[in-house]
Design a protein around this ligand. Structure first.
Ligand code: HEM
Length: 394
């Protein structure tokens, strides 16, 4: 090493790597990062929990790719092989399926919490926008992954789901062919969905996730307007090691729950898809689409000015998605003084709509119980992780 090169002066391999990689800068950054402490601090764990399930998806997905075959003749059989012959294949597949559902759930709860805590206020507009993009991407992962086992349920649900896209005025026909890779759901659709699921969506998601996480680091954690006074009275917690260790404890707990669910309730494979069989009874999309599906079921047949009635709720859902994306730019009250009762009320109405329609779609109150259980668990975790009361030094 020449004498005029700047070095950290640390000896050995650690010093050599530090000179090249510069991780002491990261350590330095982390040692200054703090997390505000208040009665809503528990919500700061939800983004990390979503990240945990995302990492599980990537690692188990790569393992499944080693054996999965994306063709109508082999997809179902390759999964049968994975769950019956490959060592621990059944567990990996079951973890991938359970974790996908938990990731959607946690991303949704994370979004709901940052919405009501007004974390999208300036300067975090782009953190919110990248978050909404991530939510849409997660939904797309679910939709494309659902078809991959090529079983009866996934085949007919994809047929209905893509039919719905075809109703869109103007671009419907194009959308339908774009999604299916033809006029019908065939092996070609399966290969196309596989390409989206394992290549296109992951690349876009890594980009969006990187942007989201960098923005969270650059802007730091927001303090909800309702907890500003309390936060001033309490000492923030150091991110490293205290908060990071708590995050890690949550991840270990989540891993335990995930492993128990996957082992005790292995994800079913069902029957192989038969495109010539009569439409499968009880066709239902994945649970996160059920509120939209149920709304569409209530719409009568017919058309107005050349637009099918069914297209109207689809357009409205599209507009609602756009509204969600633009919340930080439209909610001026939150930006001014943290108060926006109109948006809070709108959020409550939206949430109640999603829960009621999901319960209706399933014909049971179980989705409501799941929400109540999640609220109760969050309250317990809020109590466990409440942190020191006064300005004690951490
Ligand atoms: C793959 C999905 C996602 C991952 C992995 C993720 C990850 C994270 C992480 C680790 C944090 C910091 C800790 C926390 O506040 O929880 C965070 C913060 C944040 N996320 Fe996400 N997130 C995701 C989806 C979303 C969604 C769907 C939204 C909303 C539309 C969103 C909006 C935000 C906002 C506004 C913050 C800043 C919170 C604050 O400063 O208080 N994220 N996210």
């Amino acid at each position: 090493m020449s004498a005029n090169v700047e070095t950290t002066g640390k000896p050995g391999l650690i010093g050599w790597l530090d000179d090249r990689v510069g991780w002491s800068m990261l350590k330095e950054f982390l040692s200054h990062k703090t997390v505000p402490m208040h009665r809503f601090s528990v919500f700061y764990y939800l983004g990390g929990m979503t990240l945990f399930f995302f990492l599980i998806q990537v690692s188990t997905g790569v393992l499944l790719m080693l054996y999965y075959r994306p063709s109508a003749g082999e997809a179902y059989e390759s999964i049968e092989f994975i769950v019956s012959t490959v060592p621990f294949g059944w567990l990996v597949r079951s973890i991938h399926a359970w974790s996908a559902n938990l990731m959607v759930f946690f991303a949704f709860v994370h979004m709901v919490s940052v919405f009501f805590l007004k974390a999208y206020r300036p300067p975090r507009e782009l953190t919110w926008v990248t978050g909404v993009i991530l939510l849409f991407l997660i939904f797309a992962f679910g939709f494309s992954g659902y078809l991959l086992p090529w079983n009866q349920l996934s085949f007919f649900a994809t047929r209905v789901g893509t039919d719905i896209a075809g109703v869109m005025p103007g671009m419907g026909k194009w959308m339908l062919r774009f999604l299916r890779g033809g006029d019908r759901v065939t092996g070609g659709t399966l290969s196309r969905f596989y390409g989206w699921h394992v290549a296109i969506l992951p690349v876009i998601t890594f980009g969006a996730l990187l942007a989201h996480l960098v923005l969270v680091q650059v802007k730091g954690m927001s303090v909800p307007p309702a907890a500003e006074e309390e936060t001033k009275r309490r000492t923030p917690m150091k991110f490293f090691p205290h908060f990071a260790l708590r995050d890690l404890s949550g991840w270990v707990f989540a891993l335990g729950v995930l492993a128990a669910l996957a082992a005790l309730m292995p994800w079913e494979l069902g029957e192989k898809a038969d495109p010539f069989a009569p439409a499968y009874a009880n066709i239902r999309p994945e649970w996160n689409y059920v509120f939209m599906f149920q709304t569409l079921k209530l719409v009568p047949g017919g058309e107005i000015m050349g637009i099918e009635y069914e297209a109207i709720p689809i357009i409205l859902f599209g507009l609602a998605g756009l509204l969600l994306l633009l919340v930080p730019f439209l909610d001026r009250g939150a930006a001014r003084n943290g108060k926006s009762p109109f948006w809070t009320a709108g959020g409550i109405v939206g949430l109640v709509f999603v829960i009621v329609m999901t319960c209706w779609g399933y014909g049971t109150l179980v989705p409501l119980y799941v929400v109540l259980l999640a609220v109760a668990l969050l309250a317990v975790f809020a109590f466990i992780t409440r942190g020191p009361r006064r300005t004690e030094q951490r």
